[in-house]
Design a protein around this ligand. Structure first.
Ligand code: FA5
Length: 344
């Protein structure tokens, strides 16, 4: 029996050392040390031994069991370590490989133009004001000297939601809201960028939804020459130092006097298709704030005066980048948009 146990030990230790994986090793454990294994069988037969032989044999069985267990555990540790090494090797990252380029987007041309205009005016001490796109008739028209039934309301054909609520047709209502917030005290120096809506038929130069930036300065002794100097600085920064502006008399119910402002064309006055041979391009409407508008917003028009202007970013961007159709801004054609991406 002693001999048989030694043979078992030798055989099991050899098999454990040769095991290829953890499953095979477990099978060896079950085969030799399990309930039905030979070592257990020997233990079961101990009862038949003499009282003298029993402790001797018991000790030997323990030695054999210990030896097989140690061999299995040693092999198990080395198989586990191998498995970890294999996994690490498989999952290793080659940090020297070149990275996959990330596709970066660019700012929309209208965003770029808006931010450029904002930066320019912020540099001149203006702050940005905003107002709602769903506006009350009062702020969009009445407080701007356009009472109900005024014929000039037709200049801005309107999307009405209810008789008193509409989609704002211009950014001028933000002027009124800001002046009211100042409770009749100057100075006010703001620009208001935002979306506006009109029942215009879409074509190459008109959209039913577009963007405007409004400018408003109210204080004591604000004059037409301040307006002209401001717009001249704007035109030069936006279109080039060699550009000039000219003011033509016009009409807006909320300004008096009112002007249309033209910028000299890039053709240098020779006349081209962009300026339709005139040498000048119309860019915005402006004027001195009408005394009625100042009074309705709580400002004493005998003390305060102001100027205001309003321009459409689409038209400015079209001039700046030579874009021939306003609809390019809204159709999201990547070939068009990529031309304005700084990352390409
Ligand atoms: C106004 O909207 C005035 N509120 C501007 C103003 C403000 C005048 C303060 C005086 C003092 P007008 O309707 O001209 O004015 O529009 C201003 C600009 O919006 C135009 O010069 C043009 O660039 C742009 N615009 C007008 N209609 C459209 C349209 N359908 N699509 C795209 N741009 C438009």
């Amino acid at each position: 029996m002693e001999e048989q146990l030694k043979q078992l030990q030798e055989e099991a230790v050899k098999k454990a050392a040769a095991a290829q994986d953890l499953k095979e090793l477990n099978d060896i454990r079950v085969a030799y040390l399990g309930k039905k294994g030979p070592v257990t069988e020997v233990l079961k037969g101990m009862g038949k031994l003499s009282a003298e032989e029993r402790p001797k044999m018991g000790a030997l069985v323990n030695v054999v069991r210990e030896a097989i267990t140690t061999a299995i555990e040693t092999k198990q540790s080395s198989l586990e370590a191998e498995a970890i090494q294999k996994q690490l090797a498989e999952e290793s990252v080659d940090v020297t490989l070149p990275g996959r380029p990330v596709k970066l987007g660019g700012h929309h041309p209208l965003t770029r133009v808006t931010e450029e205009i904002e930066d320019l005016f912020i540099g001149m001490g203006y702050t940005i004001a905003e107002g709602p796109e769903v506006e009350q008739d009062y702020y969009n028209f009445e407080a701007l000297n356009l009472p109900k039934g005024h014929p000039a309301r037709d200049m801005q054909d309107t999307f009405y939601i209810t008789p008193e609520l509409l989609l704002r047709t211009h950014t001028s209502p933000v002027q009124v809201r800001t002046m009211l917030k100042h409770a009749g005290k100057g100075p006010v120096k703001i620009i208001c960028p935002g979306k506006v809506y009109r029942r215009d038929s879409d074509d190459a130069t008109h959209s039913h939804q577009f963007n405007q930036i409004e400018g408003l300065v109210v204080g004591e002794n604000i004059r037409m020459s301040d307006l002209k100097g401001t717009l001249d600085a704007f035109a030069k920064r936006m279109f080039g130092e060699d550009r000039e502006i000219r003011l033509r008399p016009s009409f807006f119910p909320f300004t008096e006097p009112s002007v249309e402002v033209d910028v000299s064309c890039m053709c240098g006055g020779k006349g081209c298709s962009i300026c339709k041979g005139t040498g000048w391009i119309e860019v915005l409407g402006a004027g001195m704030v009408h005394p009625n508008v100042l009074e309705m917003a709580g400002f004493d028009s005998t003390v305060y005066s102001g100027f205001a202007f309003g321009m459409g970013q689409e038209r400015i961007a079209m001039l700046k980048y030579g874009i021939d159709d306003i609809r390019h801004f809204y159709t999201n054609d990547m070939r068009f948009l990529k031309q304005f991406s700084v990352h390409e």
